[in-house]
Design a protein around this ligand. Structure first.
Ligand code: IMP
Length: 191
């Protein structure tokens, strides 16, 4: 069975990938602890490519990565590519966003994920992007998920990501939708 490294150290993402790739005949392994990739790109796409290419080159195996984040209209798209670095932990990041939106009527936001796959030689072979639209609510709701999940209410279900079960989040999330687009190619590569 071919190995696919997941270029991430984010446990929330890792859990989602395991489910989303469960039909792909690969051995999904976490990025080795020793590999550090600096996320210094200017776009989600640049960061995703950097993570997957470095991990594939250093391990000599296929690697998949996503760079994702939340973009809030009233904050001119922030936190954006800085979503994971907006404060020291998930709770502080949520507090900062809620404070910055205090009194703001426009609560529109979207999550975005840029997913890419690199070959064992480090070449970019697949890429995909998807968004999920919603609103930032005033008080966190729900206990599942990670990151900004408790304050992001998805537009059609009116549920926060943290109130959804795994199946529903995978169906409508930015990451779920971006991965779904490249599943046919992944099934071929890992046949
Ligand atoms: P990355 O690992 O640099 O791509 O960081 C993405 C960051 O965006 C995460 O650490 C979260 O803060 C946030 N994020 C991305 N996807 C999600 C999601 O599905 N739910 C909640 N937060 C997310």
């Amino acid at each position: 069975m071919k190995i696919l490294y997941l270029a991430s150290k984010n446990f929330g993402k890792i859990k989602e990938y395991k489910k989303l790739l469960s039909n792909v005949n690969c051995q999904l392994l976490l990025q080795p602890e020793s590999i550090e990739v600096e996320e210094n790109g200017n776009t989600f796409r640049e960061n995703a490519i950097k993570k997957a290419c470095e991990v594939s080159k250093k391990t000599g195996n296929y690697a998949i990565a996503d760079d994702s984040g939340i973009c809030i209209d009233a904050l001119d798209g922030k936190p954006g590519i800085y979503s994971s670095r907006y404060a020291e932990n998930d709770q502080r990041r949520i507090e900062r966003v809620l404070k910055e939106l205090d009194g703001e009527k426009n609560r529109c936001a979207f999550f975005i994920a840029n997913v890419c796959v690199c070959s064992p030689s480090g070449d970019l072979i697949l890429e995909s992007e998807a968004k999920c639209f919603g609103n930032i609510i005033e008080k966190p709701r729900g206990n599942s998920g990670f990151g900004y999940d408790p304050i992001f209410e998805e537009v059609s279900s009116r549920l926060t990501f943290a109130e959804m079960n795994n199946e529903l989040k995978d169906e409508c999330s930015h990451r779920g939708k971006a991965l779904k687009k490249i599943i046919p190619q992944l099934l071929e590569i890992f046949a």
